[in-house]
Design a protein around this ligand. Sequence first.
Ligand SMILES: [Ca+2]
Ligand SMILES: [Ca+2]
Length: 152
Amino acid sequence: MTKKITLNIVFMVLILIILGGCSEVKENDIGIEKDNPLLNYFEEWNPDNMVIKCAYEDVDNNNTKDLVVVYSVSKDKNKMKIVIDNNGKYEFTEEVDAPRENQNIKFKNIDAKDQIEIIVSGSKNGAVGYAIFRVVDMKIINLFGQDMEDCC
Ligand SMILES: [Ca+2]
Ligand SMILES: [Ca+2]
């Protein structure tokens, strides 16, 4: 009898570990921890928009990390905007179109000067596109794009 209870406890612990593992995978899905304060700020001000993908980096070169957020605005439309951490005061950039599926956000200082650039890629119905953005005066400027209209 005691052995059976012990087995039950082991079984429950195993289930808890597996469930815990699953929720961690979910966090990785959007690319950032769910308790990120910039993500929480976004969700607070955009409660109707489901967050799809995030990436956390200093995009305006002021030594604070900012949060790039891709989110849905309707069933077949996604947008992207950035929560800028202005020394603890959070502000949103303007929004731009974002890919429908397989969103990927990368950072690279393409011109090797000033702030880092944001490379966003994705697809829609198999059509792949990407664009390179830079944040200037709270706007997301499209520096270069390839087939973005096909995947947004
Ligand atoms: Ca910053
Ligand atoms: Ca740059």
